[in-house]
Design a protein around this ligand. Structure first.
Ligand code: SF4
Length: 230
């Protein structure tokens, strides 16, 4: 009853329905609309449309990363190995389709069907992709000390993609890291010599950024998606 009263108090404020959805951790806004006696509200439809557009976008990004993989431009970062394994699996399945059912489906539809599973885990970060497959492995949740539940979501504000096992870096993220390197170098030059701790922090940040850049470049120059047994 308390949750219901709270949801109604929140939902009747401007923009409050989505606020209530987030605070009560409802998976669907339709649940919140039911709680707040506002079933079938326009915000539910709007959110459903946003979610659908987001799903399509994630599928496009995953397909682009897969096409890169086929061209030998591999993802980098701590989560790269797992993503490469998933892409290799899709690549082999595509070969199977081509051999067994050449006329049943066109290649784009095959690809979309095969990549849908991987794309559902994608969250787009400012400087990385987050493949949020297993909340228990999420570094951001560990750093926040947040209990892991079925509704857990990535906490982008605490993202440390250079260390999280679910993060990958792709060539599209390179400019962000390169800009950060330049900014950190400039910042380092402004810290007085006596401020040792601050200089050490900036140096560590710069080293991490340069390492990520090097990894992106190395992975992009990979020889290609070697098949198992080759
Ligand atoms: S730390 Fe970053 S990459 Fe890892 S789960 Fe959190 S948001 Fe995703």
């Amino acid at each position: 009853m308390l949750r219901r009263t709270l949801s109604m108090a929140l939902a009747y404020r401007p923009g409050g329905l989505l606020t209530a959805k987030i605070h009560l951790k409802h998976v669907s806004v339709a649940t919140t609309e039911g709680y707040a006696h506002r079933p079938g509200g326009a915000q539910g439809h709007f959110l459903a449309e946003v979610e659908e557009a987001e799903r399509d976008h994630h599928l496009e990004l995953t397909a682009a990363a897969f096409r890169d993989f086929q061209a030998g431009i591999m993802p980098a970062g701590p989560g790269a190995r797992e993503v490469i394994a998933a892409f290799r699996h899709v690549d082999q399945a595509l070969d199977g389709y081509t051999a067994e059912e050449p006329k049943v489906m066109d290649s784009d539809r095959q690809l979309v069907n095969l990549l849908r599973n991987q794309a559902q885990y994608l969250h787009v970060g400012a400087a990385n992709y987050c493949w949020f497959k297993d909340p228990a492995k999420a570094l951001c949740l560990k750093l926040a000390g947040t209990p892991v539940t079925a509704d857990s979501r990535p906490m982008a504000g605490l993202c440390d993609s250079a260390r999280c096992p679910q993060a990958t870096h792709h060539p599209c993220h390179r400019p962000t890291w390169a800009e950060n390197a330049e900014r950190t170098k400039t910042f380092l030059g402004t810290i007085p010599r006596g401020h040792t701790a601050a200089r050490e922090r900036a140096r560590a940040d710069l080293a991490r950024t340069l390492r990520v850049l090097e990894e992106i470049d190395t992975a992009a120059a990979s020889p290609g998606p070697a098949r198992e047994g080759t």
